[in-house]
Design a protein around this ligand. Structure first.
Ligand code: ADP
Ligand code: ADP
Length: 223
């Protein structure tokens, strides 16, 4: 596909199983190019922490490694999409029904998608990444004890805030999340391939190599 040079002004979907590196790569693009990351997981976790109605509805699904119902997610995303012309959707859509709702919303807003990037890695690698993941609950930034450690254990390099391990990164919940991904989200690979929007990224590589591939896939030769 042809990618406009100003790709950082594009609208992107990041697809892939938990632990594939979607959030990490989205944060890098935000830092380097000022892209806007919209992470459904981060929005949901903030609502759970604040005890909102949305958070109360979502919590049991999240704790169990299941998906929050489509109508809840679509209603949550509508105002986010309208707020700006360019964005990285990190963790949305996760079902075909969500992808269809996204298409309808973007058609209404006259904001077509630029590409859907599919990040992938082997199951054992995903499990190892999630087991060592530390997250800043305020910003959503993630680290890894081995692959991307913070300068001081438990403290975010950027804002000095505390890092926590997400309860749903526990091994048994991870197994459920991977099964949910296979059943509900994997069909989106075909969905976007059929529309000519799919770009596959090898998420097994080190973080910087993945970023280079993302930039190449999006046509940025400055990588
Ligand atoms: P996702 O958003 O897809 O669930 P994250 O970006 O949060 O995944 O990454 C999961 C964990 O793996 C984090 O601890 C992160 O630091 C680490 N990680 C991300 N990308 C890589 C990579 N390419 N190699 C090794 N570890 C990675
Ligand atoms: P990861 O990137 O590690 O898979 P997320 O932070 O994106 O995790 O999501 C955490 C949880 O939030 C999911 O297991 C699910 O319960 C819920 N969630 C996030 N995005 C969606 C979505 N688009 N549809 C339904 N549930 C979602």
């Amino acid at each position: 596909m042809t990618v406009p040079v100003a790709w950082h002004a594009m609208r992107l979907v990041f697809l892939g199983p938990p632990g594939a590196g979607k959030g990490t790569q989205a944060q890098i693009l935000v830092g380097r190019f000022g892209a806007r990351q919209i992470s459904t997981g981060d929005i949901l976790r903030r609502n759970v922490a604040d005890g909102t109605e949305l958070g109360k509805r979502a919590k049991a699904f999240m704790d169990a490694g299941a998906l929050v119902p489509d109508d809840v997610i679509v209603a949550m995303m509508e105002p986010e999409l309208g707020a700006g012309a360019a964005f990285i959707l990190d963790g949305f859509p996760r079902t075909v029904a969500q992808a269809e709702a996204l298409d309808a919303m973007l058609t209404r807003l006259a904001l077509p998608l630029g590409a859907a990037l599919q990040f992938d890695a082997d199951r054992e690698v995903l499990i190892e990444r999630l087991a060592g993941r530390w997250t800043n609950p305020r910003t959503g930034r993630t680290y890894h004890t081995l692959f991307n450690p913070p300068r001081v254990a438990g403290i975010d390099d950027e804002d000095g805030g505390p890092l926590v391990q997400r309860p749903d990164d526990a091994r048994d919940v991870v197994a459920q999340r991977l099964a949910t991904y296979d059943a509900k989200t994997k069909p989106l690979i075909d969905y976007y391939a059929r529309r000519g929007l799919l770009q596959r990224i090898d998420g097994l590589q080190p973080i910087e190599a993945v970023t280079a591939d993302v930039l190449r896939a999006l046509g940025d030769r400055a990588a």
